[in-house]
Design a binder for this molecule. Structure first.
Ligand code: PLP
Length: 394
């Protein structure tokens, strides 16, 4: 880890100073768009061509701007190494294709991000990779699904998108045999230190809260150097590399990560608490509420409930449509983790191509609203939700 931060510094401080390997005297990171770098000698050329993850060779192998993002993520996750990708899905696909071959077995959480679920239901079967889906909130069920010698990967997501299921990471991390991977997009480092629970690889859609400004598309994994370098070797072939510009934007976003996440989580708790009192709302899912089914686990492994919540409207599909049309401050848009409060009604957006029974099996109700809480004043956010809810037929 190329890191000029002190190990005793707090994470907030490390986020300001991590990822400066190529900075020299400039405080702002330098953007390195070059795809290729001139070698000064045959010896140097040989060293770069045969080393894992060089910074200045050819940008599919690594580039200064991307390495600085990776350094920052490794620092924040307390990892030996990190590897960035062109998107969160690029990261997940590369991890699965690195560790699983035809005839292998993979255990996956049933309630994951919908495109991750498609990778397991559509791509894996075509490649002869056998997938067992489990309710990962039941760690015993995950353990029981592991086939010794056959299972290469256990893949969980916590909190899960969009239902906010929380998985006991210590119990999953204790599983021996397969590598364990957790998509922690909904709980970036100030909220959850995923690797500290024994999970082998933490993964993030950097696109969301880590970058945090809706202007960078990237994914990242972090963990022990051997594992990360194994994936690096495959990602060279898969080609889902992170662009320097997106890495540079993401690193700028990381500088304010702790302040943003703290503020957004505080507003999320205020909004969740308000929603629980409104008659039009049947149920609120937020790991920071005592009503959350895995509240005890969330308290153990998260410092707060995070920046995303979902709620179910009593009025079902019609109420879902009316609610998202009624908000004035919040905007209806996919993605999450940015400065603007965003709402999604999954049955008419991200899960629109699924049948209602398929949605139900994934825990997506017809009146479900997912909220990514932004940086606006909490009172304005709550007032906006109140006026839209008040307009729904009782
Ligand atoms: C968005 C998201 C992804 C995919 O990230 P992309 O950058 O859009 O490819 C994966 N997991 C979760 C939990 C997400 O929210």
């Amino acid at each position: 880890m190329a890191d000029d931060t002190h190990p005793e510094w707090r994470p907030e401080t490390r986020a300001i100073r991590a990822g400066r390997r190529f900075n020299e005297d400039s405080l702002a990171p330098v953007l390195w768009p070059s795809t290729t770098y001139a070698n000064r000698s045959v010896d140097e050329q040989f060293a770069l061509a045969t080393s894992a993850h060089p910074g200045r060779f050819y940008s599919r192998n690594g580039s200064p701007s991307v390495l600085e993002l990776e350094d920052a993520v490794a620092t924040l996750e307390g990892a030996e190494a990190a590897l960035a990708f062109g998107s969160g899905m690029g990261a997940i696909a590369s991890v699965v294709l690195t560790f699983c071959s035809t005839g292998d077995h993979l255990v996956a959480q049933a309630s994951t991000f919908s495109v991750t679920n498609q990778l397991f239901t559509m791509l894996c079967p075509r490649l002869g990779i056998d997938v067992t889906f489990v309710d990962a909130t039941d760690a015993d069920a995950v353990r029981a699904a592991v086939r010794p010698g056959k299972t290469q990967l256990v893949f969980v997501e916590s909190p899960a998108n969009p239902g906010l299921d929380v998985v006991d990471l210590e119990a999953i991390g204790a599983i021996t045999g397969p590598f364990t991977v957790c998509d922690s997009t909904f709980a970036p480092p100030p909220v959850q230190q995923t690797l500290s629970f024994g999970i082998d690889l933490v993964m993030h859609a950097v696109t969301k809260g880590l970058a945090g400004h809706n202007d960078a598309m990237a994914g990242v994994i972090a963990g022990e150097r051997d594992l990360v370098e194994a994936v690096w070797g495959h990602h060279l072939i898969h080609g889902a590399v992170c662009s320097p510009f997106d890495a540079w934007n993401a690193l700028r976003g990381i500088r304010t990560l702790h302040a943003r996440i703290r503020q957004q989580s505080e507003t999320a708790l205020a909004l969740a608490t308000f929603l629980e009192t409104h008659a039009a709302v049947a149920r609120v899912s937020y790991p920071g509420l005592d009503s959350h089914p895995q509240r005890d686990v969330a308290k153990r492994q998260m410092t707060n409930g995070g920046t995303v919540l979902t709620f179910e409207l009593a009025g079902g599909l019609d109420a879902g449509r009316a609610f998202v049309e009624g908000v004035e401050l919040a905007q209806v848009a996919p993605s999450l983790g940015g400065p603007e409060t965003l709402v999604v009604h999954p049955p008419t957006m991200t899960a629109a191509t699924l049948r209602p029974d398929e949605r139900a099996a994934m825990g997506i109700g017809e009146g479900m609203i997912r909220v990514s809480v932004g940086l606006e004043h909490a009172d304005d956010v709550v007032a906006d939700f109140r006026q839209s809810l008040d307009r729904l037929a009782p």
